[in-house]
Design a protein around this ligand. Sequence first.
Ligand code: ADP
Ligand code: MG
Length: 256
Amino acid sequence: MSGITIRNIRKSFGATRVLHDVSLSIADGEFLTLLGPSGCGKSTLLRILAGLEVQDTGSIEIGGRVVDGVRPKRRDVAMVFQSYALYPHMSVAANIALPLRMRRLSRAQRLPLIGRWLPGSGPVISGIEMEVFRTAEALGIAHLLNRKPGQLSGGQRQRVAVGRAIVRHPAVFLMDEPLSNLDAKLRVQMRAEIKDLHRRLGVTFVYVTHDQAEAMTMSDRVVVMRDGEMLQVAPPQEIYADPNDIRVAEFLGSPK
Ligand code: ADP
Ligand code: MG
């Protein structure tokens, strides 16, 4: 059970109010997209869900638990950013393994992860090695585990970032414009991959984009945001067919 309830969230930076009393319920397993132009508060809301930013007022519930004041690592959420923030000096395997509890491993068990990827080169194949390999395999990057991020294409780096996020099996997956650094063709391909991932994992996705096509093709519901407010929350077809606000219609470029 990992729905999200957002209650009356307000957030200002200095004198600038960035989120005005935002409330929303997200169902367990839903793919929900925050759509809106740059500066409307999408990332701020996502960062508040992740615990990377603290709201001024209001409350967040994840999986039935109030998480206000709970540190990011203890929220059972994973986040993928636009800039992948991979460690350039570490292998793909090590980058994916990063969120796992490496401290529990012996040095011998850690070696295949921090050095050359060679499963079982320690005394036994550790659970972590299995997790890393399964994750990489699921994303089609198992053959790249020994490479460094600098030796990968943009799409491959993106998959590593996704791998690092899902390796811990989070209940909620937060993605902030994960495709915006990719070229158009790859972007379309990755949309399908992310949707496929959502189907397979069955976890709740909160996805942020300023790209209408992404929002409309991927989401169960779309939240159209503008200036720190939610203008409309509805399935894609409904937003197209029946925009409830002139600003939604304008943003979609359809007359009302
Ligand atoms: P979006 O992700 O929709 O582009 P953001 O949530 O990043 O929007 O930003 C919303 C507004 O808040 C913008 O005007 C931005 O400049 C401002 N903002 C975001 N983060 C900070 C911060 N840490 N300090 C000051 N202003 C910020
Ligand atoms: Mg943003």
